[in-house]
Write a protein that binds this ligand. Sequence first.
Ligand code: UDX
Length: 429
Amino acid sequence: MEQKRRGVRLVLFPCPLQGHINPMLQLASILHSKGFSITIVHTCFNSPNSSNYPDFTFIPIPDGVSDDKSVLSDGITFLSFFNVNCAVPLRDCLIRLLSDATNIVAEAVAEHIPCLISDSLMHFTQGVADSLKLPRLVLQTSSVVSSLAFAAFPVLRQKGYLPISDSQLETPLTELPPLKVKDLPVFHTHDVDIMCQFMESFVNQVKASSGIIVNTFHHLEQPALAAHGKEFPIPVFTIGPFHKVFPASSSSLLTQDRSCIAWLDTQAPKSVIYVSFGSLASMDKAEFVEMAWGLANCNSPFLWVVRSDLVHGSKRIEPFWPDGFLEMISGKGCIVKWAPQQEVLAHPAVGGFWTHNGWNSTLESICEGVPMLCRPCFGDQKVNARYVSHVWRVGLQLENKLERGEIERSIRRLMFEKEGEEMRERVSS
Ligand code: UDX
């Protein structure tokens, strides 16, 4: 039984994706360390491992996913599904929690629930919280600069930049410098109207909240915060990076393969390029083959995270390795299905990170002083990559079609040439 603490219980509701569960549970751990009691209300889909958090109370709510797995096929359909299906179960759960709190107060063991903290993408939670007269704080798991791009969608649509057309890809966006049209944080979806509606709902419900907690830090995003304050005129708390206070390993949905740490121990300082595209990004088979040969041919040893669903459309558990690839990389490459990423980035042997620029990965890399090779896939990753390469200048971006020769050259620039060294100095300072 959890010990009673300060008499204030915070209820947190994450979006059920790895890149969102990590920061929400890190935030919960930070708040718990400040004396608050913690309840995590979560979907059954991708439910966090409660045994790693013996001090928290976990409450699963039904989400309907087991009945209809097709909703997991594209990002916007996925998010919309949870925004519709979780409304009644979350409201019922909060009513129970609030009434329990009132009963306990009556017994003079006060445990007040002052607010709900929910992920910004779970925009339905504002309506639920309003209906219960419960203030809602939003956790924004992405950068400040990407939230400005999301907020600009209606204007950009009016100006004809959305849906994105091939002829406008390189057009600079004067509204959001230094972004170009191709950097807009769009999601893979068949219906641009539905995507824009989703963005509008989520931005409006952030604006309707009582405040925003952002997993970022002032020094990094200070210039964007003034514009952010105008767009979102509510209190903003930039209290990140969370992972420096509590690591993400306890909230990992997949088992982290620690054998790669022993392999890193055998490598020279700053010699290894770590390659990982987070938990969701995927590629087609042709890109995967180019990536494999680019890594095999480059002069750096590499540690590559190859998830079983990294190649889209493939149902194979083991990837389709090109002929001769595994023989060629023997001794210079280490491949795992999921790594202890924070530990990897902090390892002295790691000198570069080829990343999709999910915001957690980007922050983790910056905090460990590791320069990046950027290959964003969708959403906020595109904005993050442009800022990493052109504003913070701690990485370079692979912008063209993936091709083994260019991969090899880019890794060389990052790992061995002066520009890579300068990025390493900037990111370490
Ligand atoms: C998603 C979105 O893609 C991202 O753009 C958004 O900002 C957050 O949600 P994801 O794609 O999974 O997240 O990427 P990222 O934000 O980088 O989060 C991945 C997390 O998984 C990181 O905390 C990372 O440390 C962890 N990880 C990744 C592992 O523990 N092991 C791995 O092998 C790879």
